[in-house]
Design a protein around this ligand. Sequence first.
Ligand code: KIV
Ligand code: ZN
Length: 518
Amino acid sequence: MTMREPASDYIVIFDTTLRDGEQSPGASMTIEEKLKVAEVLEDMGVDVIEAGFPIASEGDFQAVRAIAEKVKKSVVCGLARAHPADIDRAGEALEPAERKRIHTFIATSPLHMRYKLQMTPEQVLERVEESVKRARQWTDDVEWSGEDASRSDRDFLCRCIETAIRAGATTINIPDTVGYAYPEEFADLIRYIRETVPNIDRAVLSVHCHNDLGLAVANSLRAIQAGARQVECTINGIGERAGNAALEEIVMAIRTRHDVLPFRTGIRTQEIMRASRLVSAVTNFPVQPNKAIVGANAFAHESGIHQDGVLKHAQTYEIMRPEDVGLVKSSLVLGKHSGRHALRRKLQELGYDLGDNALNEVFARFKQLADRKKEIFDEDIVALVNEEAQGFEPRIRLVRLHIECGTDVQPTAEMTLEVDGEQRSARATGDGPVDATFRAIREIVPHRCELQLFQIHAVTQGTDAQAQVSVRLAENGRMVHGQGADTDTLVASARAYLAALNKLLAKRERGEPAAIAV
Ligand code: KIV
Ligand code: ZN
């Protein structure tokens, strides 16, 4: 089934968090995590979900296929270079999808054609025709992109677009691949394409802007004003290098400034915070506090004058209502006497709908935490959910950790883990207590992966705050990360390492090789 041509004021939201977003260095996700993100995107009303790049790896193929099986309302899209094998792999991965799209691309700028592709413009033009025709054999919803379009010769780009549409492309995407464009110039390119390409009215014009100069959202909005009707974007703006245009910023700009942007999207904006938190957790990319729309400070008023104004009339300093992006200030305070029902309600307020097993796990951890910490904040609950919500049964669990460290002792960790249901213990020393802890894990579960990142931050204020630890491990091109939270920093570190290791084992079991980049 193809996607309906959008009405003139309807902006198709094409989310590429799972493809371009996942290409952010270190942002790799497991299949289970991708499925969860896809579910939230679908719930949110995203029109097209770019689920991955199926030829890149077996894992990418499986993820696109799993999403194609699960998602019913959104169009599921797979990326393919202009090679027959890429296109066929995308077609195969998308086979189960109710609504599917193949997105095929080739570079059109002189720089890319000459140095990267080593092809002449005429050869590229031929490839455009062949690749789109091949993609049409799999689906009648085909998107074609001219990579580095914003640095391409305009007339050559227009010839490519005309060829792609003649070959059957139904969406034409204009990427600002290196984030070089300036808003007026980019809008002018969109207008030029609309005026020059004779068959342009047979396709939806789309834009895909990178944020190298911090202009991705501005460029996308100006392109919409100039006639683009699809925007490619990601949750929290993640993506290659400085990222892509942020979905939440585009959607809220359209909603808030309808006077100058008289367009509409199908996005249920109340789901924005939930999507942002989930993507941040599974990619291990924290959201900067001052990030527009989803940053922790986006709706916080610190100065006395501002607070006074907001109390008298919210619109004095608030151009959007926090609840419109899913930020609900809850009156429900959890403590050590709170039960499972209260926790479930709190989780729903925070945008999480956990199954019974996951709820039981989080509840057990919540009770332990409530015994050690007087006040339980929403952030504490989010940290616990992020850690527990792996989406698969972990093979290794932490049973016990005892650490000795200080000014005059060699740091030593004694640890018991449950591995595939069997308890195993080890004792290890190290350069510090964290090193000793990680060495003990390696004693019990021998493995040879590189620890690429170890980060600690306090979830809330106060000396009884939980520490949230993030760990990134890499092995043969497979990259995984894990998070752990606990009032004890060393326990949190062990949990984070084990979360990452469990993911690595899951990837290994599926035989996921290292990915190839676009
Ligand atoms: O930035 C880019 O050019 C891309 C294409 C594959 C659309 O991501
Ligand atoms: Zn891109």
